[in-house]
Design a protein around this ligand. Structure first.
Ligand code: HEC
Length: 98
């Protein structure tokens, strides 16, 4: 009996930490902090044709983060790390499907 509760406790801890480090919440926080001013709800207040909806390509998004242009801020690796830009891309692809 004792052994089983130890295993259950470990599984619970593992599930909790996996959840705490899952990419979605961090991607969402980053998006709100760095992108939502111009892209609220995946839209685009500066150029309504260039929304974030229906994007599927991680590399396209991470490239745009680094290059900016046509009114978009350029984010260097100090402002948005490579890992963070991937989290942002994953968040955008998952969140703004239509
Ligand atoms: C100052 C306003 C501004 C901010 C801040 C901003 N963007 Fe943009 N974004 C734009 C504009 C304007 C465009 C259209 C640029 C163009 O036509 O090339 C754009 C275009 C894009 C595109 C291409 C969309 C498409 O359909 O071609 C992506 C992807 C994108 N932004 C992602 C981001 C991410 C991720 C962030 C946060 C890290 C961000 N943007 C922050 C203004 C902004």
């Amino acid at each position: 009996m004792k052994k089983i509760s130890v295993v259950v406790a470990l599984v619970a801890v593992a599930a909790f930490s996996a959840n705490a480090f899952a990419s979605a919440p961090k991607g969402e926080a980053l998006f709100k902090e760095k992108c939502a001013v111009c892209h609220p709800d995946g839209g685009n207040i500066m150029n309504p044709k260039e929304t974030l909806k229906g994007l599927k390509d991680v590399k396209f998004i991470t490239g745009k983060i680094r290059s900016g242009g046509n009114g978009m801020t350029k984010f260097d690796a100090k402002t948005v790390s490579d890992a963070d830009s991937k989290l942002l891309a994953d968040y955008i692809i998952k969140t703004f499907k239509k």
